[in-house]
Design a protein around this ligand. Structure first.
Ligand code: R1X
Length: 269
């Protein structure tokens, strides 16, 4: 089952991703790292490189019989929003981010996986798009698709709200606000989910995210991130599982009448 393609001229050129709207599938896996996009795309059948442009590399191919795109969005909400906006303007209807994040609760540790339900908007880009009260929510059907794909992969996952921050390395002037966010109950910290969820919502597209945990800065008493080391075997293994789950979820049927067909308030279109 598919949802209707939105009415977009297939020859519209997306200037920053350097892709033609008509070449972009309705379902796209987005990842931060261009090398990870390239690596994940090796899982696709009939893989085709669409473009390499700045930090954005775009591939298409098929997974479980569905046309899938894989696109890198870089680090941080400002640049990632450019990517998400051009994908939505190209007619993408389901976007799943597969990325890395820091654990924010003691139980959320390196090697864990988090399915994201929503993101605290501590980023700069979404503040320029919608008022502060607008929530950055994952699409319910995408969350369910990710849960089902994780179960198929035999993986336990955490689930919850994450913090999307624009700051990776804090400085002594203002210090780190991670302890405050930990008290709020967020399960992980990363840098792009809020931008994805808000941009998708504004286009009536369905978005979600799954994150591989690469460390836990507060557990490690590493508030200034000086001990950050994502190159652990357990993280590499978890990233592979995350890609499997995310690809399966992005390829799952898009339910007619699901949130992808709803307006931003959840009313059926
Ligand atoms: O979202 C975060 C950012 O893209 C996760 O990894 C990058 C920084 O390490």
């Amino acid at each position: 089952m598919t949802i209707d393609r939105v009415d977009i001229d297939p020859d519209t050129f997306m200037p920053i991703l350097a892709i033609r709207a008509g070449d972009v599938p309705q379902r796209v896996l987005v990842v931060g790292d261009p090398a990870r996009a390239e690596h994940a795309s090796s899982r696709l059948e009939d893989r085709r490189l669409l473009a390499r442009s700045r930090e954005y590399v775009s591939f298409t191919g098929r997974h479980r019989g569905e046309e899938i795109g894989i696109v890198s969005h870089g680090v941080g909400s400002a640049g990632a929003t450019v990517c998400f906006e051009e994908l939505c303007r190209s007619g993408v209807r389901r976007l799943i981010r597969a990325g890395t994040a820091g654990g924010m609760q003691p139980r959320v540790r390196a090697g864990g996986l988090v399915i994201v339900r929503g993101a605290a908007r501590d980023d700069g880009a979404t503040a320029r798009l919608v008022p502060p009260g607008f929530p950055a929510l994952a699409d319910t059907d995408v969350v369910l698709a990710l849960r089902a794909a994780a179960a198929l992969a035999g993986r336990d996952v955490h689930e919850g709200v994450v913090l999307t921050s624009d700051l990776f390395y804090p400085h002594s002037v203002l210090g780190s606000d991670l302890p405050m966010w930990q008290r709020s109950g967020v399960v992980a910290v990363e840098m792009e989910c809020a931008a994805l969820f808000v941009t998708a919502a504004l286009h009536g597209a369905a978005a979600g995210a799954i994150l591989a945990i690469d460390g836990n800065p507060l557990d490690q008493h590493d508030d200034d991130m000086s001990g950050y080391d994502p190159r652990k075997p357990i993280v590499a293994q978890t990233v592979e599982q995350m890609i499997t789950i995310a690809l399966d979820a992005v390829a799952q049927p898009i339910w007619k009448g699901g949130a992808a067909d709803a307006d931003v308030h959840g009313t059926q279109a």
